[in-house]
Write a protein that binds this ligand. Sequence first.
Ligand SMILES: [Zn+2]
Length: 148
Amino acid sequence: MYCPNCASKNTAGQKFCRSCGMNLSQISVSYKEQYGSEKDAAIAFWDRFFERFGKFAFGGLVGIIFVGVIILIYTVVTSMIFSGKNPVIGSFVAVFIIFAVMTLIWVFYNEAKKDRPNAKADEADKHLLEGTDTQDFLQTRSSNLFPL
Ligand SMILES: [Zn+2]
């Protein structure tokens, strides 16, 4: 990448310009956002892959737990309550399983909610760097450094 202040060539990811010492870290970020490198594309691909993989695995796990809970409740209800062997304990176990599942759902819901504000903040940062804000920032900065 080229330094926007003195136009000398710098390697990507460098924090300061080699010839004028300008802070390039912000520019480097917006440069990457706009053009991206092959390495970034590969990372993004694997990120997406594991995100999908994770969702698939999580979905499967939730499905199996759901089916398992239904089988468990059915077994408890038929073998303990309807057979008349242990109606009190059977009801207690069934209610316990239902509340345990409800608690798990609540915990997962709260975990999922935690991730959302971060995603929003990242999105806001991205827009800030992509927009004209960076250019304005650079222009005011260079005119402050070198007033005409
Ligand atoms: Zn420079």
